[in-house]
Design a protein around this ligand. Sequence first.
Ligand SMILES: O=C(O)c1cc(=O)[nH]c(=O)n1[C@@H]1O[C@H](COP(=O)(O)O)[C@@H](O)[C@H]1O
Length: 249
Amino acid sequence: MSRPNPVYCAVDTVDLAEAATLIRRIAGGARPAVGGVKLGLEFFLAHGAPGVRYAFPDPVRLTGIGFFLDLKLHDIPNTVAGGIRAVVDLAPTYITLHAAGGRAMMRAAVEETGAQALKRGLPRPRLLGVTVLTSLDDDDLAATGVGGAPSDQVRRLALLARESGLDGVICSPHEIAPLRQECGPGFVLMVPGIRPQGSAAGDQKRVMTPRQAVALGASHLVVGRPISQASDPRAAAEAIARDVGVNDV
Ligand SMILES: O=C(O)c1cc(=O)[nH]c(=O)n1[C@@H]1O[C@H](COP(=O)(O)O)[C@@H](O)[C@H]1O
């Protein structure tokens, strides 16, 4: 039996045509090779909402593909609520904000997301807290003034995010198992730092293979360069999906 495709491909480029082509190749057609697409800072700062509508048009979205708008919001509560208000019309499945922004900021985001979605008759986007970036190791984190292991800080921020009403968090593969146990089965664990066997880690420091991450309890995987930089992105995405038990790609 197949399972829902947990793979979200990170489309990290400022090239509008390149983004549109990649999305069409991996997410278009009767059998998309990914469960969703992630557009983030690079793309959104360059092209904004019109760029999203162009690169990720309705015919692709209507196949049921998820849309992860990764803006990593981090500001005072009123400003973050304003940011949410500005993007709800794009009907993202997921929006990110930094859990380090604190309880009041996260609660303001939750309230605004619910209110705006209701007002516009759209499904409520789910909010995910960024914990400790997967590019940081112990020394990097210590240099920001946070002592202890990254896993302790991830746990602290994940619990704060859950208590503030967020739907889940972004965490490295190494924190999946304890968070799954502590936060329960319904909490979204969106996991970047994923590298299929043999692919380069690049700037990621806490990595794991797709199969290991899913076995530990990741609900979704964020995979960028191993798909986008592959000579055949669709084949690369399909291989990852099959490796984690998705048969119908
Ligand atoms: O929020 C994210 O998606 C994210 C959080 C994090 O801690 N680490 C991380 O790599 N990401 C994103 O995940 C993607 C990883 O891309 P690759 O390293 O190319 O697979 C990038 O778009 C990052 O912005």
